[in-house]
Write a protein that binds this ligand. Structure first.
Ligand code: NAD
Length: 425
């Protein structure tokens, strides 16, 4: 495809409409007619909307949405839409939720709905003095923030607090102002970024410093979602399973190599709901991993203990900056339906539900790993993917997948051979 004459410079690409852009791309990259038709078929996200959501749009990426059943959260049953390309993720949540459903399901809470915007001040020769100069103007700061977003104020949110931190860095002392703003049912990045940008010149003038960055922190530790749940030992396979799961948790909490994978599993569930609802997966992921490392050691986002009755108690706590308004949540037609399926009334309902999904996911992953191993559950679905990769269509997919699982050889070369055998039979 690429030759030495190939150039990635496409003049005016961003000014073209979606359809013209596909044509231009096709001429650069020699896309076939079928490939162009494929890109132009944007499914249930209209091309015009894709073109408005991002720059240089030439297609959409469809990901399956599955529904997690059996979830009971704070006494309310909810169906959970999950957008993921990874097999076993939806099934894991259904299974974990089934095993605690009769015992009441999940209990959740939230620490608040405030976001933090940071303003970086450099070149301040007297940082301690400057810190106080900023803190003294709290009322002015509050008024400016609230005038920047009167809607937030009307919704019961807006400015909450002002903090100023001093940082010693290789390029000198820095004064870091934190605007703490309740963004209610919005994720709030744009809202707080606008406030920080508006306030920065004033802070600079009060302190004689120079403002540099003005942006939210994704370590949204004023917006922690929490979920907890008890799985009765008798419902999960007995004390041996329970103890193996607790041991798996201790491994994760003490070893960052294990914790990364343990938390990745949690995010399998969390990111799938965040994506389905049109929220920002990267914001939630950044917040989660930063929170997992907040003590200077990267550990587990969940905690697992055995209570006095001998049952397994799981809990999770992590930043959950998600909204019901703003970003793509109210624009993407699929996200709107996902929110309808969830029947959440507030961003807090959504955040707490997502935390419960993360805990459920972690339960299933740990249980599988500590008992049969993860591959058994994965393989049936994975075998179908391998069969499709080998070219199987229709009935062939199940037939080839079954032979792969039966041979315990879920491999592309085996799938190709099996498909050939099937077709020549
Ligand atoms: P937004 O600006 O699109 O909408 C939020 C606004 O909606 C509020 O400021 C408020 O004026 C209004 N609003 C109406 N009803 C409301 C209600 N009930 N509660 C609260 N506000 C209400 O979106 P946003 O939430 O400020 O920003 C989210 C977007 O910012 C996401 O798309 C995200 O990807 C993006 N973003 C993220 C980062 C980051 O995470 N680092 C950085 C920049 C942008």
């Amino acid at each position: 495809m690429t030759t030495s004459a190939f150039s990635s410079r496409i003049s005016g690409f961003h000014k073209q409409g979606f359809q013209d852009r596909v044509e231009t791309l096709a001429s650069y990259i020699q896309l076939t007619d079928d490939e162009q038709v494929h890109l132009r078929n944007t499914g249930n996200l209209p091309a015009e909307m894709a073109d408005r959501l991002i720059e240089n749009a030439v297609g959409t990426m469809n990901i399956p949405i599955g529904i997690a059943t059996n979830m009971r959260i704070d006494g309310v049953d909810r169906l959970i839409p999950m957008a993921t390309e990874e097999s076993s993720v939806v099934a894991a949540v259904c299974n974990a939720a089934r095993q605690c459903y009769d015992h009441g399901g999940f209990i959740t809470s939230m620490s608040g709905s405030s976001m933090i915007a940071q303003i970086q001040l450099t070149g301040v020769s007297n940082p301690a003095f400057a810190r106080q100069q900023i803190l003294e103007r709290r009322d002015e700061v509050a008024a400016l923030c609230n005038s920047t977003d009167p809607v937030l104020l009307k919704m019961g949110g807006g400015f909450q607090d002002l903090e100023v931190r001093l940082l010693d860095t290789p390029t000198g002392s820095m004064v870091i102002a934190h605007l703490i703003v309740d963004t209610r049912d919005a994720m709030g990045a744009n809202a707080v970024n606008s406030m920080a940008e508006k306030l920065a010149p004033m802070i600079a003038s009060w302190t004689e410093g120079k403002t540099n960055l003005r942006i939210l922190s994704n370590l949204a530790d004023r917006r922690l979602a929490r979920a907890r749940c008890i799985w009765r030992t008798q419902d999960i396979g007995g004390p041996e399973v329970r103890d193996a799961m607790v041991s798996a948790y201790h491994f994760a909490n003490c070893d960052p190599y294990r914790a990364a994978t343990h938390n990745k599993g949690i995010m399998n569930g969390i990111s799938a709901v965040v994506l389905a609802t049109g929220n920002d997966t990267r914001a939630v992921e950044a917040g989660a991993h930063a929170y997992a490392a907040r003590k200077g050691h990267y550990g587990s986002l969940t905690h697992w203990e055995v209570n006095a009755d001998g049952d397994l108690c799981g809990s999770i706590e992590l930043p959950m900056a998600v909204g019901l308004v703003g970003g793509a949540t109210k624009l993407h037609p699929t996200a709107k339906i996902a929110l309808k399926i969830l029947q959440v009334q507030t961003a807090s309902d959504l955040a707490r539900t997502i935390a419960a999904v993360g805990l459920a996911q972690n339960f299933s992953a740990m249980k599988a790993l500590a008992t049969t191993g993860i591959q058994k559950g994965h393989m049936a679905l994975h075998a179908q993917n391998i069969a499709m990769m080998a070219g199987a269509v229709g009935d062939e997919i199940d037939r080839v997948a079954r032979t792969l699982v039966a041979q315990a050889a879920v491999r592309l070369d085996v799938a190709e051979a099996e498909l050939q055998k099937l077709r020549s039979a």
